[in-house]
Design a protein around this ligand. Structure first.
Ligand SMILES: Nc1ncnc2c1ncn2[C@@H]1O[C@H](COP(=O)(O)OP(=O)(O)OP(=O)(O)O)[C@@H](O)[C@H]1O
Length: 268
């Protein structure tokens, strides 16, 4: 459903993402793994052009290349974002935060006024799906971290997304809450056929929930396969080489495009 073709990102002289070609298919739950600075957020943000690639093309089925403003707007409207720090408005109730997910469907002028009852009911349904209907009128700064992230998921769902991008969504949660939040996100994506691309640092959670793991090191794709193909040694190697330079050879050797639902190749 979304295709990166030789996409690269540079910040000044730093190449954060070397030319990368990757296809993400509808309904696939993909986890990005890699050490800090490996390029996970950069890759994630290319998928809705929050980072403008230095070179290459991002193409979305049904929209074509993300070139003009209108195409990008339509793609972003159907792309839910979930962030590590939730990015909610703390003084507003959960319901108001979830309604923010609907703003892309209304003109700026219309969104200055309360949204129609049907929109409010849909936002309540989204809260119900994440188990927080009873917290609809509670300020989000009075909710726990896990509950706040569930509001973040409900807000993403309110967009009726085809794609969810989540940047370390459980990094600030304890292990039990992290598992619960990721399990919820995984279940909803599978029920609704939503594609998800999620950056994580927890290899065990990636193994448990991912259909596909994409490993990055030093801005390069170094692993692309199903979780059962990731050996403990490969997983460890992804996190062993943090200093700038060439990617670790033992990990780089594992680049592959093994399964029909996804293709991946590093563009040389
Ligand atoms: N806006 C920016 N300006 C300059 N350099 C940046 C910017 N964003 C990222 N970088 C650099 O690009 C490289 C990749 O960063 P990125 O955030 O994609 O890594 P990451 O794998 O997501 O790391 P983490 O797990 O710590 O979030 C890093 O060296 C980072 O310092």
């Amino acid at each position: 459903m979304i295709h990166l073709h030789k996409v690269s990102v540079q910040f000044g002289n730093l190449v954060a993402l070397h030319p990368t070609t990757l296809d993400f298919c509808q309904g696939q739950f993909t986890v990005l793994l890699g050490a800090s600075g490996a390029g996970k957020s950069t890759l994630l943000r290319c998928l809705n052009l929050m980072h403008t690639p230095h070179a290459g093309e991002v193409r979305v089925d049904g929209h074509g290349p993300l070139q003009d403003r209108k195409t990008l707007q339509m793609h972003r409207r159907q792309t839910g974002m979930i962030f590590q720090q939730h990015q909610l408005i703390g003084r507003l109730p959960a319901l108001q935060n979830v309604l923010m997910g609907r703003l892309g469907y209304h003109s700026t002028l219309r969104s200055l006024f309360p949204l129609p009852r049907a929109e409010q009911e849909f936002a309540l349904q989204c809260l119900e799906r994440v188990g927080l209907l009873d917290k609809a009128l509670t300020r989000v700064d009075q909710l726990s971290g896990g509950q706040q992230q569930r509001v973040g998921i409900a807000r993403a769902l309110a967009q009726r997304p085809r794609l969810i991008l989540a940047d370390e969504p459980v990094a600030s949660l304890d292990p039990v809450s992290a598992d619960k939040v990721l399990s919820l996100l995984h279940r909803i994506c599978k029920e609704d056929g939503i594609s998800a691309v999620i950056s994580l640092h927890q290899v065990e959670l990636a193994r448990k929930y991912a259909d596909r793991i994409v490993g990055l090191a030093h801005g390069r794709l170094v692993f692309d396969a199903t979780p059962d193909a990731l050996t403990p040694a490969q997983a460890a190697a992804l996190y062993e080489h943090k200093a700038a330079g060439t990617p670790p050879a033992d990990v780089a050797a594992t680049v592959r495009s093994p399964f029909p639902i996804a293709t991946a190749k590093e563009a040389l």
